[in-house]
Design a protein around this ligand. Structure first.
Ligand SMILES: Cc1cc2nc3c(=O)[nH]c(=O)nc-3n(C[C@H](O)[C@H](O)[C@H](O)COP(=O)(O)OP(=O)(O)OC[C@H]3O[C@@H](n4cnc5c(N)ncnc54)[C@H](O)[C@@H]3O)c2cc1C
Ligand SMILES: *[C@@H]1O[C@H](CO)[C@@H](O)[C@H](O)[C@H]1NC(C)=O
Ligand SMILES: *[C@@H]1O[C@H](CO)[C@@H](O)[C@H](O)[C@H]1NC(C)=O
Ligand SMILES: *[C@@H]1O[C@H](CO)[C@@H](O)[C@H](O)[C@H]1NC(C)=O
Ligand SMILES: *[C@@H]1O[C@H](CO)[C@@H](O)[C@H](O)[C@H]1NC(C)=O
Ligand SMILES: *[C@@H]1O[C@H](CO)[C@@H](O)[C@H](O)[C@H]1NC(C)=O
Ligand SMILES: *[C@@H]1O[C@H](CO)[C@@H](O)[C@H](O)[C@H]1NC(C)=O
Length: 617
């Protein structure tokens, strides 16, 4: 069977038309069934990987293999129901890589748990379902960094290509005043974006409070309005009120005979050859730690989509990374690329919390009253309504510029360099270039510095959107299977990040003091009314901040002399046929929850790969 299948597929490489006439192809292939070679081998069947694999396999003359370390999800409610998924039931299960950072000095040596999904669909299978793009300045900054063609305007068609937007119900529009601009959204993409059927009424107090302080509601984040207040959709199917995620890209392509998926198989190395221009000849993989290593040949390109933690690790163990690191681990240097694993950025948050003493019903009741919880669960199952449709912290987002939360002149802090663990000149130059661009934008109302979300249990989630702190991801062994890489988050190592947090916490107290919020009878529990001075607030932040898991930047798209890892076509420097397409290529994190941007970048990546800019020589 295996050899017949192999022979058939070898034939199809010569006569592509035959591909479509193969009568039966299993949805998933086993190690024994895979072809000896594929046009494209996609490493990681996650958020970005499945989007790219779907688009590449649209061309039936090309064979595509996806290698995913995790299994298929079990279809359980923990994946599907927004409210349950928000409880992050899949953390620490077999669907999680169980990533923990090294102790972070700037967080009082705390380690940070960083869930990373290990399942077909990747982290989009377990995330918080917030789905909005950033402001124009967030993407224009990528182009200013030297990445020609990467700006808000040119990315628009890719945001739209990935999305299928459904407008909110009349009932919610009337009750909450939801605004949107349907013309700025896609309607034919694989990822549903829509609104839950239910929002908690306290959100109205929060919106009223923000308005009373002079903030306006932008019409829609999709049309450039991701500043001030705006309504953000969720990645949710409006008909079933269930999670919409990257596996739908696979579902939409699984009948294609030229697309194979190898599950529960971990890529361990890229096998390369050549001197001047390195070529990826094959991808090595293993089904478990002790199992023999096998490999599959790459005819055209290898596509790295293992996410911001594992893509740099795969490059490093394959000899593509900082020479000093590679040598110290006895890894043969294939390409000296100092930026691999550097420039790690993410959104850190601090949550405030209040007791709501003048509220008869809120999300808090779901956690304190089992009868009520069960009633709402039944309502969801029967009518797809009620709070179980609502997964994210909030569908109302505030993205505020620095000047809205503080009148202090922060120029001197903006110019302070961060400590980076790599003392490489290109990385330092790249960081300076980023600072310059951020300085230019963060001093205007066109770039958000801080995000504020009301969450329905009674609190605010506050987050620094353009951190100046940088972290690193470094493999600790020459073997990928030896364990997760060392992650130094670097959080709050830059003084401006801490300053923005302090000012945002103070600003939150202004919001809480408005008439609209006082009506809820709020009593501050966290950080607590007695926490007041800069020093006290800073301590609360360092001890209490959490992570939004928006890791980006570790294989940054930047010029090579700035410490970049991929060029503007997402090709790894020094390698002929290798691209990175996941979150790690975003050189500056946008002021947004990153998944919609990841989908847009993946859609663009697929077009770049199809254009075959590599294969003219
Ligand atoms: C708890 C949580 C909540 C979040 N909430 C939101 C939110 O509300 N909104 C938002 O926009 N973003 C959110 N995010 C972030 C967002 O979901 C992720 O940034 C995004 O899904 C990452 O996409 P990716 O393609 O880069 O990587 P992933 O989706 O993680 O895909 C990587 C894939 O590669 C596989 N892989 C890794 N190494 C190997 C290997 N060696 N061999 C084979 N396969 C491998 C992994 O198993 C995984 O399937 C959240 C993230 C987390 C963790
Ligand atoms: C993460 O931990 C869980 C629970 O201990 C385990 O079942 C799972 O296999 C672990 N994941 C990995 C990738 O080791
Ligand atoms: C963090 O760890 C380092 C090294 O072990 C130590 O020098 C430092 O004092 C620790 N900091 C805190 C706040 O515990
Ligand atoms: C978009 O979503 C709507 C609502 O679920 C659905 O009816 C429609 O078929 C979807 N469109 C596409 C092209 O999938
Ligand atoms: C919800 O919680 C409030 C405040 O504790 C309480 O007064 C109310 O009775 C609760 N309602 C339900 C349905 O649990
Ligand atoms: C719990 O919820 C049920 C159903 O809504 C309600 O009847 C009951 O009064 C609530 N209990 C409390 C203590 O609020
Ligand atoms: C309590 O809330 C109600 C509305 O739900 C409001 O009319 C009343 O003024 C509030 N009480 C206080 C003390 O703010």
């Amino acid at each position: 069977m295996a050899s017949t299948f192999g022979a058939l597929c070898a034939l199809t490489a010569l006569f592509p038309a035959i591909v479509t006439s193969i009568p039966f192809v299993p949805r998933f292939v086993s190690e024994n069934q895979i072809l000896a070679a594929y046009d494209y081998v996609v490493i990681g069947g996650g958020t970005s990987g499945l989007a790219v694999a779907n688009r590449l396999s649209e061309d039936s003359s090309k064979t595509v293999l996806v290698i995913e370390s995790g299994p298929m999800d079990d279809g359980s409610e923990d994946f599907k129901i927004p409210y349950l998924g928000r409880g992050y039931k899949n953390f620490g299960t077999k669907y999680d890589w169980n990533v923990t950072s090294v102790p972070t000095a700037s967080l009082g040596n705390r380690t940070i748990i960083m869930p990373q999904a290990r399942v077909l669909g990747g982290t989009s299978s377990i995330n918080g379902m917030q789905f909005a793009k950033g402001a124009p300045s967030d993407y224009d900054a990528w182009e200013e960094l030297g990445n020609e063609g990467w700006n808000f305007k040119s990315l628009t068609k890719y945001f739209e290509k990935s999305e299928n937007f459904t407008a909110p119900s009349k009932k919610l529009v009337e009750e909450f005043g939801i605004t949107y601009d349907e013309s700025a959204h896609g309607s034919t993409g694989f990822i549903h974006s829509s609104f839950p059927n239910f929002l908690w009424p306290q959100l109205k107090n929060w919106i009223g409070a923000m308005k009373s302080l002079g903030h306006s509601v932008s019409q829609d984040p999709a049309n450039g309005g991701a500043l001030q207040l705006f309504w953000s959709p969720s990645s949710s199917n409006p008909d079933t009120q269930t999670r919409s995620f990257s596996r739908e890209y696979y579902d939409g392509a699984r009948d294609r005979p030229n697309l194979h998926v190898l599950l529960e198989t971990t890529v361990t190395k890229l096998l390369t050859s050549g001197d001047e221009r390195i070529r990826v000849d094959a991808v090595e993989f293993s089904s478990s730690v002790g199992a023999p290593k096998k490999h599959v040949k790459v005819k055209r390109e290898a596509v790295l989509a293992a996410g911001s933690i594992f893509s740099p690790q795969i490059l490093q163990v394959s000899g593509i990374g900082p020479t000093s690191l590679l040598k110290s681990l006895g890894i043969e240097v294939v390409v000296d690329l100092p930026g691999v694993g550097a420039n790690l950025q993410g959104h850190v948050y601090i949550a405030t919390f209040y007791q709501m003493t003048n509220v008869s019903l809120s999300a808090a009741n779901l956690t304190t009253n089992t009868t009520f919880y069960n009633e709402m669960y039944e309502l969801y199952k029967a009518k797809r309504d009620g709070p179980f449709t609502n997964g994210g912290a909030s569908n109302m987002i505030a993205m505020l510029p620095l000047s809205d939360i503080t009148s202090d002149n922060l120029h001197s802090l903006l110019e302070t360099p961060s400590e980076t663990s790599y003392r490489d000149t290109s990385i330092s130059k790249g960081y300076q270039a980023q600072l310059k661009i951020l300085l230019r934008h963060l001093t205007t109302p066109k770039m958000a510095a801080t995000e504020m979300l009301w969450f329905s249990e009674g609190g605010a989630i506050l987050s620094v959107m353009h951190p100046l702190s940088r972290g690193t991801v470094t493999t600790t062994s020459s073997s990928l299977l030896a364990g997760i890489p060392a992650i130094n988050t670097g959080h709050l190592s830059h003084p401006l990040d801490t300053k923005i947090f302090i000012e945002t916490l103070r600003y939150t107290r202004k919001i809480i003091a408005t008439h609209e919020m006082r009506e809820l009878g709020l009593v501050e529990v966290l950080p607590g009314a007695e926490v007041n001075t800069d020093e006290q607030l800073e301590k609360a932040i360092r001890d209490g901040s959490g992570y939004m898991y928006h890791m980006t930047g570790t294989c940054s798209m930047m010029k090579r002399e700035l410490g970049g890892v991929v060029d503007k076509d997402l090709r790894v420097y020094g390698v002929k046929n290798l691209r990175v397409v996941d979150a790690s290529v975003q050189p500056l994190i946008p002021a947004a929850h990153v998944q919609s941007t990841i989908y847009a970048v993946a859609e663009k990546a697929a077009d770049l790969i199809k254009a075959g800019s590599l294969w003219r020589d």
